[in-house]
Design a protein around this ligand. Structure first.
Ligand SMILES: Cc1cc2nc3c(=O)[nH]c(=O)nc-3n(C[C@H](O)[C@H](O)[C@H](O)COP(=O)(O)OP(=O)(O)OC[C@H]3O[C@@H](n4cnc5c(N)ncnc54)[C@H](O)[C@@H]3O)c2cc1C
Ligand code: SF4
Ligand code: SF4
Length: 446
């Protein structure tokens, strides 16, 4: 193992603590290699920790993600830095030096015990992004129920400096004047696992995604469907009505050159079908419609999943949605051009509409580290068929959706492949008598 706490030396730096980064880190750590995870948010877990259930198995998303988050946090070979961003990665001979900015949490991580007394004392209300803005938290808060670390974070934009949190904190953990810090990490390899963002709600102006309250994002629908979501059940945001009719508009941000997203985002058809199935369970009398040009259900068992949804009564309308408008009683009108009925145009009304947004790369690290990026913005993988995790730079690897849109099944498979590629790379670099595996080549002594 290659860890020196004072100088922060690790075998691998994993940038991004979503499901792909966590899986790569866990696999490497289980091989005895030391890993630093740098995560920009206040908790690890990425998008998956916010999902309700996951296709194709309909397993509870947090039941899969939370144990992996906890395993990474408790692994003796893994060190996690949250609220941390890499400002540069520079090659030094065979190795790399990463400069990492630790953003202020305004809470001392070593002192905070996650008791939330600060949160209860604080009066400043802030829209909760984790819940799609449908509920609120205080200016100082623990990010969400199963966040890791379970440590409070303060939002300096919303704090009015009243000092109530400072007074109630039993461990004197609140530090209102905390400043950003820079640390240096020396590593022998790097894995980019920065994941994705959804395409913007307002990308297609004719859909009025940011203007109509009952037109929501798919991540917001995930929270409405989650057991501990903002309302505890599915209600529409504008007026709290239980929706009788819900529609999904496919390819709302993908397969469109004019939006700069010519590719298929690969997961939107499947997550829409999943959400439709979950909705028909929680709202058995609601009409559920999916407007789609074609359904792309490419994975193992996915076609059956699609047919099951059809059999459950979910309506699939083959058409292209031209406009979405708000009409009376905060309902939503969808204008659809049918594909299979000689271009017939129809206007249909729904209580709630979900835009099935596509995937964009979450980070462009080109100006911060040696890495190639393709025209679509995702990390370049020069030989995807034979080396799916290698980038243009020796010693720098990629894992999960940072390399392109993919589902969890593929992200986890690729994360394992990235860990294997890193370990082979490090093993080849080792002089005889590899320290990482503690086995002397040619010797019988382990
Ligand atoms: C609405 C919706 C529903 C979905 N449902 C399913 C489903 O049911 N089944 C399924 O298989 N797939 C589903 N998916 C796809 C699934 O979310 C992804 O496959 C998976 O989350 C990809 O994991 P990842 O680790 O690659 O990326 P992410 O989850 O995006 O994780 C990346 C992490 O990197 C961090 N990060 C980003 N930039 C930086 C930076 N510069 N420095 C440090 N950290 C950084 C981020 O904060 C994040 O924690 C769904 C997607 C959406 C949008
Ligand atoms: S900052 Fe203090 S009051 Fe807030 S959760 Fe941490 S220990 Fe509790
Ligand atoms: S100082 Fe800021 S975070 Fe603390 S209780 Fe007052 S408003 Fe809330």
């Amino acid at each position: 193992m290659n860890v020196r706490a004072a100088t922060r030396v690790f075998d691998t730096l994993v940038i991004g603590g979503g499901i792909a980064g966590l899986q790569t880190a866990l696999d490497l750590a289980d091989l005895g290699l030391s890993v630093a995870i740098v995560e920009k948010d206040a908790s690890i877990g990425g998008k998956m920790i916010g999902l309700s259930k996951v296709f194709p198995t309909l397993d509870c998303a947090s039941c899969i993600t939370t144990p992996k988050m906890a395993a990474a946090a408790h692994h003796e070979n893994i060190r996690i830095f949250t609220l941390a961003e890499v400002s540069s990665v520079v090659r030094r001979g065979e190795d790399f030096t990463a400069r990492v900015t630790l953003k202020p949490r305004f809470v001392d991580e070593d002192r905070c015990i996650g008791c939330r007394l600060c949160e209860y004392a604080c009066d400043a209300d802030v829209a909760d992004d984790f819940e799609g803005g449908l509920s609120s938290h205080r200016a100082i808060y623990v990010p969400f129920t199963n966040a890791i670390p379970q440590i409070a974070v303060l939002d300096p934009e919303e704090c009015n400096l009243c000092g109530k949190c400072v007074k109630v904190c039993p461990t004197d953990a609140v530090v209102l004047d905390q400043k950003p810090r820079e640390i240096e990490i020396e590593v022998r390899s790097v894995v980019v696992a920065t994941g994705f963002e959804t395409t913007p709600m307002g990308a297609r102006s004719e859909y009025h995604g940011n203007e109509i309250a009952n037109v929501i994002s798919p991540l917001t629908m995930e929270r409405l469907l989650a057991p501990h979501g903002p309302y505890g059940r599915v209600l529409r945001p504008a007026d709290g009505k239980v929706p009788d009719s819900v529609a999904f508009v496919q390819c709302a941000g993908s397969r469109d050159r004019s939006l700069g997203v010519p590719y298929c985002s690969r997961v939107c058809c499947m997550y829409a079908i999943k959400q439709a199935m979950l909705l028909s369970g929680s709202l058995p009398f609601a009409d559920i419609t999916i407007y789609t040009m074609d359904i792309r259900a490419f994975g193992k068992g996915y076609e059956t999943f699609y047919h099951n949804a059809s059999a459950m009564g979910i309506e699939f309308v083959k058409g292209k949605v031209a406009r979405i408008d708000e009409v009376d009683d905060r309902n939503v009108e969808v204008r659809v051009e049918h594909i299979d009925e000689r271009g017939q145009v129809e206007e249909r009304r729904h209580d709630l509409v979900v835009l099935s947004l596509g995937m964009l790369p979450a980070a462009d690290l080109r100006d911060r580290m040696p890495i190639g990026v393709s025209a679509d913005g995702f990390v370049t993988v020069p030989k995807p068929t034979i080396e799916p995790c290698r980038t243009t730079e020796e010693g720098v690897f990629v894992s999960g959706t940072a390399a392109g849109p993919k589902d969890i099944v593929d992200a986890i498979a690729e994360a394992g492949a990235a860990a294997m590629a890193v370990s082979v790379y490090l093993k080849k670099k080792e002089p005889e008598g590899c320290a990482a595996c503690a086995v002397t080549a040619g010797s019988d002594t382990p």
